[in-house]
Ligand binder design. Sequence first.
Ligand SMILES: [Zn+2]
Length: 453
Amino acid sequence: MSSLFARHALLPDGWRCDVLLAWDDAGRFTAITPDAPAPANVEQAEYVLPGMVNLHSHSFQRALSGLTEIAGDGPDSFWTWRDLMYRFARRITPAQMEAIAAQLFSECLRHGYTSICEFHYVQRSPDGSWYPDAAETARRVISGAQEAGIGITMLPVLYSYAGFGNQPLKEEQRRFATDAADVLRIAGALEPLRSPAVEVGVAPHSLRAASIEQIKLVLAELPAQRPVHIHIAEQQGEVRQCLDHGGRRPVQYLFDNIGVDARWCLVHATHVEDDELAAMATSGAVAGLCPTTEANLGDGLFPLQPFIERGGRFGIGSDSHVSTSPVEELRWLEYGQRLAAQRRNVALSNGQRRVGDFLWQAALAGGAQASGRQVGALAVGYSADVLVLDDAHPNVSAPPELLNGFIFSGNDNLVKDVLAGGRWAVRSREHVAQAAIAARFRQTLAELRELRS
Ligand SMILES: [Zn+2]
């Protein structure tokens, strides 16, 4: 049994004082006691928050960040970025994937994410054949998560087609090729790894890459309650192709054919109309918003305010990992809406007028739901995921100002210590295995850049 005494802690019913948090060896809270006397010989912290969930990650893309900001001959877009990403994905080895994942996850932890949902689609070997273990690359990413100490939801991807109407995959997509049986086989192989820190779901890549029939096949075999994530309506081009193919927009097409419910995470959902937004909110599914990647790729802006008004649930993801900070993700989420609407303070509810508080709590609840794990709350039975903010920093002030200051003030990382799954992963802003993980990552980058020329 381990414990921490917090002078201020954000519990499900709001900020409470003098909270004693205790957790067991399995990494789950066993007792949360507000208004407790400060016990002797227990570590003390001033300001404590539950760790954030990062609901959308392609971890290998961390090695690409910063490498795709050079203009080509014509106008650059999501689709030209994708060509570069494919070239990269063609060569990467399982060991390199693991090294990149460990680095990424250590950065995520340092900035306040304690859980990740990995949308994992590089599953075959470079020549397109299967590794002897079809779950080889998924295992490597899970291993990277375990080394870094972050909780993970592994989502093996269903990826069969290059476009609507079952178009055959292109040569450069051969490492991604899976059908419904492959995905179920991989998810089944990962089943013994499930634990409080590891969950397994599935991810049809998109309606471009997976057919409705295939998605139904997977859902029929997948245990109930397991998370299902899908990329949807990220690009106008995708919406046009979907309309051309079936006369309906992507979200409409999905909802007309599949019983979307609360175990679904609709990643991006950038280009949606009012009726689609209403269907998403009513279904209880989570909108998986990735503002820094969506900005980087020039995707567009999700209509957040009408979605919140309808009671829609959302969470945040770092997707391509141009940023690994939940603060930056949430700040961009709010600022994008302000710029589009030419007004201030958009992400609010009737019960919560502080934007920072609303954003953190809503993204935490949505992310936790999308992860399928018992995370996102300082509460008994939940994963012991805790952020300790730096109370010596001038931008950290007492609640109720704390979350607004954390999210909307300055650029220093205010996260000092991070407990994930009951283990200290970050101490005084340093990841506990930072030197070894970073050295392996630098070596991996050197190998990959040699191959690039
Ligand atoms: Zn993605």
